[in-house]
Design a protein around this ligand. Structure first.
Ligand SMILES: Nc1ncnc2c1ncn2[C@@H]1O[C@H](COP(=O)(O)OP(=O)(O)OP(=O)(O)O)[C@@H](O)[C@H]1O
Ligand SMILES: [Mg+2]
Length: 288
């Protein structure tokens, strides 16, 4: 490893004499079951936070089926793959979306973040550190399910938002996800977001069911972020490849996203070394 590489590595590992302040709050958005609305939630929260004056960077970490860019009508010319190969620096692949939200596009089928070789890892960490310096939030859209690489990403994030719908299948898979995360790190803040419910009552019932199970069997208290109702505007916005917050600001879903962004702003504290801690954990060789 050359000098610069070892300096960066030790900085990422927290041994730097005068560590810079990387203040972005790193939030990973996940679900047990696929297709419950994670990517829409990430886009909605990102745009609502940005509307409230926050600097937001979104990373698409669903490498299997990257589609955050499609959802927002963006066509990336370059993706993380080019950064990892050393052909582009991270700033060159960032996409701008409405309200100044910056997107780091993934690409389908590249190596998982947790299995990078040293050179690729350094390119990514250098880039992310520079980007995180100018961000208040780094939101990470993950793949669904309890795969090792996803769990590792979730463990590294400062806090996790778990999305579920009221459907029993989604709920059972959400419980399985809570269990896996709780067994690895009982202190990890875990927020519950109920998406696509037919009514507030249904969402509330879902919260109570999941909370009852996690408290009884795991002794785990979930934090409740809130609910986004089932809203046909979401599908209309998807079809037009725009965020629902942007296209239908007065729709029930957009109003819900604004309220949830306000919740996050009020309740997620800034960790002075938030990003460095994220990377330290992600780059560690511990089994996930
Ligand atoms: N609140 C909502 N109201 C109506 N439809 C919704 C809502 N949330 C999501 N949907 C619809 O559900 C579908 C899946 O959403 P999305 O792609 O965000 O899920 P996902 O969890 O990211 O999926 P994957 O696991 O494949 O990444 C989309 O077609 C979207 O339009
Ligand atoms: Mg998705």
């Amino acid at each position: 490893m050359n000098d610069q590489a070892s300096r960066l590595r030790s900085m990422a590992q927290g041994h730097h004499a005068d560590p810079p302040l990387f203040a972005a709050r790193v939030m990973a958005i996940t679900s047990g079951k696929g297709g419950v609305g994670k990517t829409n939630v990430v886009a909605g929260l990102a745009q609502s936070l940005a509307q409230q004056g926050q600097r937001v960077v979104v990373m698409d970490a669903d490498f299997g089926l990257a589609n955050l860019d499609i959802l927002l009508g963006l066509s990336p010319k370059y993706t993380l793959e080019h950064v990892l190969r050393g052909e582009k620096v991270l700033e060159e692949i960032l996409l701008e979306s409405p309200y100044g939200v910056r997107i780091i596009p993934a690409s389908s089928g590249i190596q998982e973040l947790t299995r990078l070789d040293t050179a690729a890892e350094l390119r990514l960490v250098q880039g992310l550190q520079r980007v995180a310096e100018t961000a208040d939030w780094l939101l990470i859209d993950t793949a669904a399910g309890i795969h090792d690489s996803v769990v590792k990403l979730l463990m590294a994030a400062q806090e996790v938002i778990l999305v579920t719908t009221p459907e029993p299948t989604s709920l059972v898979d959400a419980y399985a996800m809570v269990k896996v995360l709780h067994l690895r790190d009982a202190a990890k803040p875990l927020w519950l977001l109920i998406n696509n419910g037919q009514s507030l009552d249904e969402a509330q019932e879902t919260v109570e069911q999941l909370q009852a199970a996690t408290e009884r069997f795991l002794g785990k208290q979930l934090r409740v972020l809130g609910a986004v109702p089932s809203d046909p505007h979401v599908l209309q916005a998807v079809r037009q490849q725009k965020g629902v917050v942007d296209l239908f600001p007065r729709s029930p879903a957009a109003q819900a996203f604004r309220a949830l962004a306000g919740q996050l702003l009020g309740q997620v504290s800034l960790q002075p070394d938030g990003f460095a801690a994220f990377w330290r954990q992600l780059a560690s060789d511990d089994a996930p």
